[in-house]
Design a protein around this ligand. Structure first.
Ligand SMILES: [Zn+2]
Ligand SMILES: [Zn+2]
Length: 244
């Protein structure tokens, strides 16, 4: 143990070298992988509230499950997102996507981790990119987040068994029906043994209408996955008001 005064100096030297910064605006903050007070007020944290299935806000009802999930149980048994999609959460997702910023993946994982309800036989799987996109960018942003979650939660992550076998056009501007059609059959499980009987927790950065994740879930269930869940960083809470 170092004497108190030395410890203090050592901490000051360390802080001076690497002051923790707000993940959104870069202001120096007191805690690593967090946000400053100003940015904090701009983020809408969703937490574990909402419909037990799809996670959408349940307004004016005492039911735990929304009408849509009751009428037709979703292919993804449980969907959760850390924050609502907005200027700030979108900025973070964009910086992660184009900058390979591991620090941002850590920040996202920090807020996503409490939403993971992991039991035995759970495996984290990032929503895959098509290989041509992977070559162009060099990494899959959701795989970075899955890696950080795996470290934090001591859960296995598997970025290889679920594959995107067809390159899909960007879904932006498409209707939900067009999106479903565009991603239908785009995913395949390369290694059935990796998913058979498992609880697969899909990891994504931004969730809009959920058509991509639903197509992943379809491939996973077909390959024998026992249950599929989805945890994303940000979510468009009202898909009818998609941000352009
Ligand atoms: Zn800030
Ligand atoms: Zn629901």
């Amino acid at each position: 143990m170092l004497p108190g005064i030395l410890r203090t100096w050592a901490n000051i030297a360390l802080d001076f070298a690497l002051p923790p910064r707000c993940a959104a605006c870069g202001t120096i903050v007191g805690d690593v992988h967090s946000f400053c007070a100003d940015c904090w007020t701009q983020i809408e944290f969703l937490g574990d509230s909402g419909c037990a299935g799809c996670g959408m806000p349940l307004e004016a009802t005492d039911s735990a499950t929304c009408a849509a999930c009751l009428a037709r149980p979703p292919r993804i048994a449980r969907t959760r997102a850390a924050v609502a999609y907005g200027e700030l959460s979108r900025g973070l997702a964009i910086r992660l996507k184009y900058g390979r910023k591991v620090a941002i993946a850590r920040t996202m994982a920090r807020y996503m981790a409490p939403l993971v309800q992991a039991g035995e036989a759970a495996v984290l799987m990032p929503v895959p990119l098509h290989r041509t996109r992977l070559w162009g960018r060099g990494f899959n942003q959701s795989a970075l987040v899955a890696r950080e979650l795996s470290r934090r939660l001591q859960l296995p992550d598997d970025p290889l068994s679920l594959r995107r076998i067809r390159r899909t056009a960007p879904l932006k501007g498409m209707s939900p029906a067009q999106r479903r059609k565009a991603v239908s059959g785009a995913f395949k499980v390369a290694d059935k043994a990796a998913v058979e009987g498992k609880i697969v927790i899909l990891i994504d950065d931004v969730l809009t209408t959920g058509s991509t994740a639903a197509a992943c879930a379809r491939a996973l269930r077909k390959a024998g996955a026992g249950r599929v869940e989805l945890i994303s960083w940000a979510r468009v809470v009202r898909p009818s008001r998609l941000m352009r």
